[in-house]
Design a protein around this ligand. Structure first.
Ligand code: EPU
Length: 344
């Protein structure tokens, strides 16, 4: 097992931000992960995980031993009449797992083509088209550097929320996820309530809709508006959809009747579409130096490949200012600043 010093991470983050790390190593087994931990202890460096780097903003330098999983095993643990429990290693490419999952069960189809790895999926509770991964997770297995222990949390202990989990809070920077156990449905009963998927409801009723066809449709929808990180550097949605008091949402909707408003379980609050707000504020397709808000989905910041983190923050602040001035709504960035974790 090789530990690289002063490693270049600029090709290991999909925003292509220039970044170096004190040390970098890949692990192919839990034993190797423990070996890396001993090395991090010996060199007195914190140990931090990196997946595909598709949801992180990298600073110029991270003073840490960065570890990446090269474990790619998929194993059916057990099956009941309703569910299949499948243990998937953190290093598996997320989309490959979504495609392979139908051999075991269903439920992940709406999450097709999300960039990243299986190990990163629970951290921000990836979600799309009415499904969040936390709904299909049984447990998460991880190594905790601060205690040197291998741990396992069940789904309720992971405290999944909208783009949120314990791994972004108390365990931020202190959990190297090496395996996720999924609880898949044995019956194909997909969530089709999201706008563009509604058209598939007839096919579902007549028994024509297959899981593969649903995955294909989701891939088409995503590819039509979201830039491919392999071609255009980006980290997906740059801001979260803001949750605001219902009174503010009502007031704004009177002023802007076409504004999308999503009701929440809590009647006092509503969720707004950050992409719509940014679009209305005039930022869609607009460049500020080497970065822009994407011309087809204003919520996604893209780069020409030469941007620094300072350029990214400059555009983010300008967009936040415009949206705050026009709508009295503060947008919160969605990707995490790599290596700097606030333990809230
Ligand atoms: N909209 C505009 N202009 C834009 C972009 C969006 O008017 O430039 C409007 C759309 O017409 C729609 C609404 O805003 O009425 C919402 O847009 P969309 O359906 O594209 O979804 P989103 O809320 O912008 C969220 C997730 C995406 C996920 C989609 C589909 C967040 C932060 N983003 O985007 O997730 O794919 O819903 O479920 O929740 C990601 O997290 O990286 C991501 C891409």
């Amino acid at each position: 097992m090789l530990i690289e010093s002063n490693a270049d991470l600029s090709r290991l983050n999909t925003f292509c931000l220039q970044c170096t790390a004190s040390q970098f190593g890949r692990f192919s087994s839990v034993a190797e992960l423990l070996e890396l931990w001993r090395a991090s202890e010996a060199s007195n460096l914190p140990m931090l995980p990196l997946g595909r780097g598709s949801n992180v903003l990298c600073p110029e330098h991270v003073e840490a031993l960065i570890v990446q999983s090269a474990m790619t095993n998929v194993r059916l643990q057990r099956s009941t009449e309703q569910h299949a429990y499948v243990a998937v290693d953190a290093g598996v490419c997320w989309h490959d797992w979504v495609v392979a999952s139908r051999e075991y069960g269903f439920g992940l189809e709406n999450l097709a083509l999300i960039p990243g790895t299986v190990g990163a999926a629970p951290v921000q509770n990836i979600g799309a088209y009415g499904v969040e991964v936390g709904e299909l997770i049984e447990s998460v297995e991880f190594f905790q550097p601060s205690t040197g222990q291998l741990r396992r949390l069940n789904a309720s202990e992971c405290r999944f929320g909208y783009r949120d989990s314990i791994f972004k809070r108390e365990l931020a920077g202190d959990a190297i996820i090496y395996r996720v156990v999924f609880r898949l449905e044995r019956q194909f009963a997909p969530e089709l309530s999201y706008g563009p998927l509604k058209e598939l409801e007839d096919g579902l009723r007549s028994g024509q809709l297959t899981p593969a066809a649903l995955v294909e449709r989701v891939v088409e929808i995503r590819a039509s508006k979201l830039p491919d990180p392999d071609k255009t550097p980006n980290v997906g949605s740059f801001f979260k959809n803001p949750v605001v008091p219902a009174a503010l949402a009502n007031q704004l909707q009177q002023q802007y009747p076409t504004m999308p408003v999503y009701p929440l379980a809590d009647p006092e609050h509503c969720k707004l579409a950050a992409g719509w707000l940014i679009d209305q504020a005039g930022w869609k397709g607009k460049w500020l130096g080497p970065v822009a808000m994407h011309c087809q989905q204003a919520l996604v910041m893209v780069s020409d490949g030469s941007a620094s983190l300072a350029d990214v923050w400059k555009l983010a602040a300008a967009v936040q200012d415009s949206v705050r001035q026009q709508f009295a709504v503060m947008l919160e960035p969605e990707p995490q600043l790599f290596g700097s974790y606030s333990r809230s």
